[in-house]
Design a protein around this ligand. Structure first.
Ligand code: V47
Ligand code: SF4
Length: 379
Protein backbone atom coordinates (compact mmCIF):
# COMPACT_ATOMS: atom_id res chain seq x y z
CA UNK A 1 0.00 0.00 0.00
CA UNK A 2 1.23 3.51 -0.78
CA UNK A 3 2.13 5.26 2.45
CA UNK A 4 0.86 8.70 3.43
CA UNK A 5 3.57 11.36 3.05
CA UNK A 6 3.26 12.12 6.78
CA UNK A 7 4.17 8.51 7.61
CA UNK A 8 7.11 8.59 5.21
CA UNK A 9 8.40 11.79 6.84
CA UNK A 10 8.29 10.18 10.28
CA UNK A 11 9.95 6.95 9.18
CA UNK A 12 12.71 8.33 6.97
CA UNK A 13 16.12 7.32 8.27
CA UNK A 14 17.77 10.30 6.53
CA UNK A 15 15.95 12.86 8.67
CA UNK A 16 17.39 13.86 12.06
CA UNK A 17 15.52 13.20 15.29
CA UNK A 18 14.72 16.87 16.00
CA UNK A 19 13.05 17.24 12.62
CA UNK A 20 11.11 14.04 13.22
CA UNK A 21 9.89 15.24 16.62
CA UNK A 22 8.79 18.56 15.08
CA UNK A 23 6.91 16.62 12.39
CA UNK A 24 5.28 14.46 15.06
CA UNK A 25 4.02 17.64 16.75
CA UNK A 26 2.71 19.11 13.51
CA UNK A 27 0.88 15.91 12.54
CA UNK A 28 -0.78 15.76 15.97
CA UNK A 29 -1.74 19.48 15.88
CA UNK A 30 0.62 20.49 18.66
CA UNK A 31 2.24 23.91 18.67
CA UNK A 32 5.96 24.12 17.86
CA UNK A 33 8.39 26.12 20.01
CA UNK A 34 10.33 29.20 18.85
CA UNK A 35 13.56 27.15 18.97
CA UNK A 36 11.91 24.54 16.73
CA UNK A 37 10.87 27.25 14.29
CA UNK A 38 14.48 28.43 14.03
CA UNK A 39 15.57 24.78 13.64
CA UNK A 40 13.23 24.37 10.69
CA UNK A 41 14.70 27.45 9.01
CA UNK A 42 18.23 26.16 9.59
CA UNK A 43 17.89 22.44 8.88
CA UNK A 44 14.71 21.35 7.10
CA UNK A 45 14.71 20.67 3.37
CA UNK A 46 12.17 22.39 1.16
CA UNK A 47 10.36 19.13 0.45
CA UNK A 48 10.15 18.28 4.16
CA UNK A 49 8.68 21.70 4.91
CA UNK A 50 6.26 21.28 2.02
CA UNK A 51 4.83 18.07 3.49
CA UNK A 52 4.37 19.64 6.94
CA UNK A 53 2.92 22.91 5.66
CA UNK A 54 0.57 21.12 3.28
CA UNK A 55 -0.74 19.03 6.14
CA UNK A 56 -1.57 22.16 8.20
CA UNK A 57 -3.09 23.95 5.20
CA UNK A 58 -5.31 21.02 4.36
CA UNK A 59 -6.50 20.67 7.96
CA UNK A 60 -7.53 24.31 7.98
CA UNK A 61 -8.71 24.98 4.44
CA UNK A 62 -9.31 21.63 2.75
CA UNK A 63 -8.73 22.04 -0.98
CA UNK A 64 -9.81 25.69 -1.11
CA UNK A 65 -7.71 28.57 -2.39
CA UNK A 66 -9.25 31.98 -1.83
CA UNK A 67 -9.12 35.24 -3.76
CA UNK A 68 -11.23 38.38 -3.92
CA UNK A 69 -12.14 41.15 -6.36
CA UNK A 70 -10.36 44.22 -5.13
CA UNK A 71 -8.53 47.37 -6.10
CA UNK A 72 -6.11 49.67 -4.33
CA UNK A 73 -5.96 53.41 -3.80
CA UNK A 74 -2.64 54.90 -2.74
CA UNK A 75 -3.58 58.41 -1.52
CA UNK A 76 0.03 59.61 -1.73
CA UNK A 77 3.48 58.23 -2.46
CA UNK A 78 5.18 60.99 -0.49
CA UNK A 79 6.07 60.14 3.08
CA UNK A 80 7.42 61.87 6.15
CA UNK A 81 9.21 58.62 7.03
CA UNK A 82 12.29 57.34 5.26
CA UNK A 83 12.21 53.55 5.49
CA UNK A 84 15.31 52.44 3.67
CA UNK A 85 13.57 49.53 1.87
CA UNK A 86 10.83 51.73 0.45
CA UNK A 87 10.85 53.02 -3.11
CA UNK A 88 8.41 55.73 -2.01
CA UNK A 89 10.59 57.31 0.67
CA UNK A 90 13.14 58.74 -1.78
CA UNK A 91 10.32 60.82 -3.19
CA UNK A 92 10.46 63.35 -0.41
CA UNK A 93 13.59 64.62 -2.17
CA UNK A 94 12.05 64.31 -5.63
CA UNK A 95 8.55 65.66 -5.16
CA UNK A 96 7.94 66.03 -8.88
CA UNK A 97 7.51 62.24 -9.05
CA UNK A 98 5.05 62.31 -6.18
CA UNK A 99 1.28 62.36 -6.11
CA UNK A 100 -1.19 63.53 -3.47
CA UNK A 101 -4.80 62.66 -4.20
CA UNK A 102 -7.68 64.78 -2.94
CA UNK A 103 -10.90 63.23 -1.67
CA UNK A 104 -12.61 64.20 -4.94
CA UNK A 105 -9.86 62.52 -6.98
CA UNK A 106 -10.21 59.34 -4.90
CA UNK A 107 -13.99 59.40 -5.32
CA UNK A 108 -13.42 59.53 -9.09
CA UNK A 109 -11.34 56.35 -8.77
CA UNK A 110 -14.07 54.71 -6.67
CA UNK A 111 -16.73 55.69 -9.22
CA UNK A 112 -14.78 53.95 -12.01
CA UNK A 113 -15.92 50.70 -10.37
CA UNK A 114 -19.61 51.59 -10.38
CA UNK A 115 -21.53 48.59 -11.69
CA UNK A 116 -18.46 46.33 -11.38
CA UNK A 117 -18.40 43.36 -9.06
CA UNK A 118 -15.51 44.45 -6.80
CA UNK A 119 -16.02 43.86 -3.09
CA UNK A 120 -13.03 45.61 -1.49
CA UNK A 121 -11.01 48.79 -1.76
CA UNK A 122 -7.56 48.64 -0.11
CA UNK A 123 -6.36 52.13 0.85
CA UNK A 124 -2.85 52.75 2.14
CA UNK A 125 0.23 54.69 1.14
CA UNK A 126 2.66 57.31 2.40
CA UNK A 127 2.11 59.54 5.42
CA UNK A 128 1.79 63.31 5.02
CA UNK A 129 0.41 66.03 7.34
CA UNK A 130 -2.31 67.10 4.91
CA UNK A 131 -3.92 63.64 4.92
CA UNK A 132 -4.95 63.73 8.57
CA UNK A 133 -7.65 62.04 10.66
CA UNK A 134 -10.32 64.41 9.40
CA UNK A 135 -9.26 63.74 5.79
CA UNK A 136 -9.65 59.98 6.23
CA UNK A 137 -12.94 60.08 8.13
CA UNK A 138 -14.34 62.36 5.39
CA UNK A 139 -13.02 60.01 2.69
CA UNK A 140 -14.54 56.91 4.31
CA UNK A 141 -17.91 58.68 4.76
CA UNK A 142 -17.89 59.74 1.12
CA UNK A 143 -17.13 56.18 -0.04
CA UNK A 144 -19.83 54.65 2.14
CA UNK A 145 -22.46 57.15 1.08
CA UNK A 146 -21.66 56.43 -2.59
CA UNK A 147 -21.28 52.65 -2.29
CA UNK A 148 -22.23 51.22 1.13
CA UNK A 149 -21.49 47.61 0.10
CA UNK A 150 -17.82 48.26 -0.72
CA UNK A 151 -15.61 46.95 2.10
CA UNK A 152 -13.02 49.55 3.12
CA UNK A 153 -9.75 47.92 4.17
CA UNK A 154 -7.50 50.82 5.00
CA UNK A 155 -4.75 52.38 7.10
CA UNK A 156 -1.98 50.59 8.94
CA UNK A 157 -0.86 51.36 12.50
CA UNK A 158 1.88 53.50 10.92
CA UNK A 159 -0.73 55.84 9.46
CA UNK A 160 -3.00 55.54 12.53
CA UNK A 161 -0.19 56.38 14.95
CA UNK A 162 0.73 59.47 12.93
CA UNK A 163 -2.78 60.82 12.34
CA UNK A 164 -3.99 60.13 15.90
CA UNK A 165 -0.95 61.87 17.39
CA UNK A 166 -1.46 64.86 15.13
CA UNK A 167 -5.17 65.02 16.05
CA UNK A 168 -4.24 64.62 19.74
CA UNK A 169 -6.56 61.66 20.25
CA UNK A 170 -5.82 58.32 21.92
CA UNK A 171 -5.56 55.13 19.84
CA UNK A 172 -8.95 54.05 21.25
CA UNK A 173 -10.65 57.32 20.29
CA UNK A 174 -9.02 57.47 16.87
CA UNK A 175 -10.02 53.90 16.03
CA UNK A 176 -13.57 54.58 17.20
CA UNK A 177 -13.79 57.60 14.89
CA UNK A 178 -12.45 55.60 11.93
CA UNK A 179 -14.89 52.77 12.59
CA UNK A 180 -17.82 55.21 12.85
CA UNK A 181 -16.87 56.80 9.55
CA UNK A 182 -16.92 53.46 7.70
CA UNK A 183 -13.56 51.72 8.09
CA UNK A 184 -14.32 47.99 7.92
CA UNK A 185 -10.94 46.34 8.41
CA UNK A 186 -7.23 47.01 8.52
CA UNK A 187 -4.54 45.68 6.17
CA UNK A 188 -1.37 44.07 7.48
CA UNK A 189 1.22 46.64 6.40
CA UNK A 190 3.77 48.50 8.49
CA UNK A 191 4.74 45.45 10.56
CA UNK A 192 8.08 45.08 8.73
CA UNK A 193 10.14 43.21 11.30
CA UNK A 194 9.43 43.61 15.01
CA UNK A 195 12.98 43.22 16.34
CA UNK A 196 13.99 46.67 17.59
CA UNK A 197 17.55 46.77 16.26
CA UNK A 198 16.56 45.72 12.76
CA UNK A 199 13.43 47.90 12.79
CA UNK A 200 15.47 50.92 13.85
CA UNK A 201 17.90 50.28 10.99
CA UNK A 202 15.37 49.88 8.18
CA UNK A 203 12.23 51.68 9.38
CA UNK A 204 13.43 54.00 12.14
CA UNK A 205 11.06 56.75 13.23
CA UNK A 206 7.78 55.09 12.46
CA UNK A 207 5.60 53.32 15.00
CA UNK A 208 7.34 50.72 17.16
CA UNK A 209 6.54 47.00 17.16
CA UNK A 210 4.67 47.45 20.45
CA UNK A 211 2.60 50.30 18.98
CA UNK A 212 1.84 48.27 15.83
CA UNK A 213 0.62 45.36 17.97
CA UNK A 214 -1.35 47.67 20.30
CA UNK A 215 -3.31 49.27 17.45
CA UNK A 216 -4.32 45.83 16.16
CA UNK A 217 -5.18 44.61 19.66
CA UNK A 218 -7.47 47.59 20.27
CA UNK A 219 -9.04 47.24 16.81
CA UNK A 220 -9.74 43.56 17.50
CA UNK A 221 -11.20 44.42 20.92
CA UNK A 222 -13.80 46.49 19.04
CA UNK A 223 -14.92 43.31 17.25
CA UNK A 224 -13.00 44.23 14.08
CA UNK A 225 -10.56 42.23 11.92
CA UNK A 226 -7.19 42.86 10.34
CA UNK A 227 -4.22 41.20 8.62
CA UNK A 228 -0.56 40.92 9.52
CA UNK A 229 2.58 41.02 7.37
CA UNK A 230 6.32 40.44 7.76
CA UNK A 231 8.94 42.02 5.51
CA UNK A 232 11.63 39.34 5.12
CA UNK A 233 14.77 38.64 3.14
CA UNK A 234 16.85 41.75 3.91
CA UNK A 235 19.17 42.09 6.94
CA UNK A 236 17.16 40.04 9.42
CA UNK A 237 18.11 36.58 10.70
CA UNK A 238 15.93 33.48 11.01
CA UNK A 239 15.60 34.21 14.76
CA UNK A 240 14.20 37.65 13.95
CA UNK A 241 11.60 36.05 11.69
CA UNK A 242 10.56 33.60 14.40
CA UNK A 243 10.45 36.40 16.98
CA UNK A 244 8.08 38.26 14.63
CA UNK A 245 5.85 35.20 14.14
CA UNK A 246 5.86 34.48 17.87
CA UNK A 247 4.61 38.00 18.73
CA UNK A 248 1.82 37.63 16.17
CA UNK A 249 0.91 34.17 17.45
CA UNK A 250 0.68 35.51 21.02
CA UNK A 251 -1.58 38.39 20.03
CA UNK A 252 -3.77 36.09 17.96
CA UNK A 253 -4.17 33.79 21.00
CA UNK A 254 -5.49 36.82 22.86
CA UNK A 255 -7.79 38.38 20.26
CA UNK A 256 -8.40 35.97 17.34
CA UNK A 257 -8.76 39.10 15.21
CA UNK A 258 -6.22 38.39 12.45
CA UNK A 259 -7.63 36.97 9.24
CA UNK A 260 -4.47 36.32 7.26
CA UNK A 261 -0.70 36.46 7.48
CA UNK A 262 1.13 37.80 4.42
CA UNK A 263 4.90 37.37 4.14
CA UNK A 264 6.30 40.22 2.03
CA UNK A 265 9.55 39.55 0.18
CA UNK A 266 11.99 42.46 0.27
CA UNK A 267 12.47 43.85 -3.26
CA UNK A 268 15.61 45.87 -3.79
CA UNK A 269 14.78 48.16 -6.71
CA UNK A 270 14.98 51.96 -6.40
CA UNK A 271 15.58 52.12 -2.68
CA UNK A 272 18.42 52.76 -0.23
CA UNK A 273 18.95 49.03 0.24
CA UNK A 274 19.59 48.21 -3.40
CA UNK A 275 22.93 46.67 -2.42
CA UNK A 276 21.15 44.00 -0.33
CA UNK A 277 20.51 41.00 -2.61
CA UNK A 278 17.01 39.57 -2.80
CA UNK A 279 16.50 36.05 -1.47
CA UNK A 280 15.81 33.10 -3.80
CA UNK A 281 12.44 31.63 -4.69
CA UNK A 282 13.43 28.57 -2.62
CA UNK A 283 13.79 30.85 0.40
CA UNK A 284 10.38 32.38 -0.35
CA UNK A 285 8.77 28.94 -0.37
CA UNK A 286 10.57 27.87 2.82
CA UNK A 287 9.37 31.04 4.51
CA UNK A 288 5.75 30.46 3.45
CA UNK A 289 5.91 26.89 4.72
CA UNK A 290 7.42 27.75 8.11
CA UNK A 291 4.93 30.60 8.54
CA UNK A 292 2.10 28.11 7.90
CA UNK A 293 3.53 25.61 10.38
CA UNK A 294 4.33 28.19 13.08
CA UNK A 295 1.14 30.27 12.99
CA UNK A 296 -1.17 27.47 14.08
CA UNK A 297 -3.84 29.99 15.14
CA UNK A 298 -4.03 31.88 11.82
CA UNK A 299 -6.63 30.53 9.41
CA UNK A 300 -5.04 31.91 6.25
CA UNK A 301 -1.59 32.44 4.72
CA UNK A 302 -1.62 34.73 1.73
CA UNK A 303 0.91 35.03 -1.08
CA UNK A 304 0.64 38.48 -2.54
CA UNK A 305 1.10 37.76 -6.24
CA UNK A 306 1.58 41.42 -7.19
CA UNK A 307 4.80 41.42 -5.19
CA UNK A 308 6.08 37.87 -5.58
CA UNK A 309 4.94 37.31 -9.18
CA UNK A 310 2.19 34.99 -10.33
CA UNK A 311 4.41 31.92 -10.91
CA UNK A 312 5.90 31.94 -7.41
CA UNK A 313 2.46 32.68 -5.95
CA UNK A 314 1.15 29.61 -7.79
CA UNK A 315 4.07 27.50 -6.51
CA UNK A 316 3.46 28.73 -2.95
CA UNK A 317 0.11 26.93 -2.98
CA UNK A 318 2.14 23.75 -2.39
CA UNK A 319 3.89 25.29 0.61
CA UNK A 320 1.08 26.23 2.98
CA UNK A 321 -0.55 29.13 1.14
CA UNK A 322 -4.35 29.13 0.71
CA UNK A 323 -5.00 32.71 -0.43
CA UNK A 324 -3.81 34.70 -3.45
CA UNK A 325 -5.18 38.17 -2.61
CA UNK A 326 -7.20 39.64 -5.47
CA UNK A 327 -7.64 40.98 -8.96
CA UNK A 328 -5.94 44.32 -8.01
CA UNK A 329 -6.58 45.83 -11.44
CA UNK A 330 -3.22 47.58 -11.80
CA UNK A 331 -3.93 49.93 -8.91
CA UNK A 332 -0.84 49.57 -6.73
CA UNK A 333 2.61 50.98 -7.38
CA UNK A 334 4.63 50.27 -4.21
CA UNK A 335 6.06 46.98 -5.52
CA UNK A 336 6.44 47.84 -9.17
CA UNK A 337 8.45 50.88 -8.08
CA UNK A 338 10.62 48.56 -5.94
CA UNK A 339 11.32 46.29 -8.91
CA UNK A 340 8.72 43.50 -8.62
CA UNK A 341 8.12 41.33 -11.71
CA UNK A 342 4.53 42.51 -11.99
CA UNK A 343 4.91 46.02 -13.38
CA UNK A 344 1.17 46.40 -14.05
CA UNK A 345 -0.45 44.01 -11.57
CA UNK A 346 -3.85 42.99 -12.86
CA UNK A 347 -5.54 39.59 -13.06
CA UNK A 348 -9.03 38.81 -14.22
CA UNK A 349 -11.15 36.51 -12.09
CA UNK A 350 -10.76 33.84 -14.79
CA UNK A 351 -6.97 34.14 -14.72
CA UNK A 352 -6.95 33.69 -10.94
CA UNK A 353 -9.30 30.73 -11.23
CA UNK A 354 -7.01 29.18 -13.87
CA UNK A 355 -3.85 29.69 -11.80
CA UNK A 356 -5.49 27.95 -8.85
CA UNK A 357 -7.11 25.17 -10.91
CA UNK A 358 -3.77 24.33 -12.55
CA UNK A 359 -2.48 23.14 -9.16
CA UNK A 360 -5.64 21.07 -8.63
CA UNK A 361 -7.12 23.23 -5.92
CA UNK A 362 -10.65 24.59 -5.74
CA UNK A 363 -10.78 28.35 -6.42
CA UNK A 364 -13.08 30.20 -4.05
CA UNK A 365 -14.05 33.83 -4.40
CA UNK A 366 -14.38 35.33 -0.93
CA UNK A 367 -15.15 38.69 0.61
CA UNK A 368 -12.59 40.41 2.83
CA UNK A 369 -13.73 38.51 5.92
CA UNK A 370 -13.59 35.13 4.12
CA UNK A 371 -17.29 34.65 3.59
CA UNK A 372 -17.63 32.51 0.47
CA UNK A 373 -19.08 34.30 -2.55
CA UNK A 374 -18.54 31.58 -5.15
CA UNK A 375 -16.88 28.18 -5.30
CA UNK A 376 -15.54 27.28 -8.77
CA UNK A 377 -15.92 23.54 -8.42
CA UNK A 378 -16.01 22.68 -12.15
CA UNK A 379 -12.51 23.93 -12.93
O1 V47 B 1 4.27 47.87 4.98
C1 V47 B 1 7.34 48.43 1.00
C2 V47 B 1 5.95 46.63 2.13
C3 V47 B 1 3.84 47.00 2.78
C4 V47 B 1 8.78 47.19 -0.05
O2 V47 B 1 -3.37 43.20 4.33
C5 V47 B 1 7.87 46.37 0.59
O3 V47 B 1 -4.22 42.21 2.61
C6 V47 B 1 8.95 44.55 -0.20
O4 V47 B 1 1.04 45.55 3.71
N1 V47 B 1 9.90 45.27 -0.82
C7 V47 B 1 2.47 47.51 2.34
N2 V47 B 1 7.94 45.04 0.51
C8 V47 B 1 1.65 46.43 1.61
C9 V47 B 1 0.87 45.53 2.53
C10 V47 B 1 -0.15 44.60 1.98
C11 V47 B 1 -0.09 44.19 0.66
C12 V47 B 1 -1.08 43.33 0.19
C13 V47 B 1 -2.13 42.91 0.97
C14 V47 B 1 -2.17 43.32 2.29
C15 V47 B 1 -3.33 42.89 3.13
C16 V47 B 1 -1.19 44.17 2.80
O5 V47 B 1 4.66 46.85 1.65
C17 V47 B 1 4.65 47.88 3.66
C18 V47 B 1 6.00 47.24 3.51
O6 V47 B 1 6.18 46.20 4.40
N3 V47 B 1 7.00 47.17 1.24
N4 V47 B 1 8.44 48.47 0.20
C19 V47 B 1 9.85 46.61 -0.77
N5 V47 B 1 10.81 47.34 -1.34
FE1 SF4 C 1 6.46 55.68 4.31
FE2 SF4 C 1 5.42 53.23 4.42
FE3 SF4 C 1 7.36 53.79 2.66
FE4 SF4 C 1 7.94 53.67 5.26
S1 SF4 C 1 7.18 51.95 3.98
S2 SF4 C 1 8.60 55.30 3.82
S3 SF4 C 1 6.08 54.50 6.18
S4 SF4 C 1 5.31 54.65 2.66
Amino acid sequence: MIKESSELVLQSSKVDETLKSIAQKVFTSQRILPSEGVYLFEHASLSYLGVLANFVREQKNKNFVYFNRNFHIEPTNICVYTCSFCAYSRLIKQREEGWELSIDQMMELIKKYDGKEVTEVHITGGVIPKQDLNFYTSLFRAIKSHRPDLHIKALTPVECHYIFKKAKVSYEEGLRLLKESGLDSMPGGGAEIFDKDIRDKIAGGKCSAEEWLKVHELWHSMGMYSNATMLYGHIETFSHRIDHLERLRQLQDKTKGFNAFIPLKFRNGNNEMSDVPEVSVIEDLRNYAISRIYLDNFDHIKSYWAMIGRSTAQLSLNFGVDDMDGTIDDTTKIYSMAGAEEQNPKLTTQELVDLISQVKRTPVERDTLYHIIKEYSDN
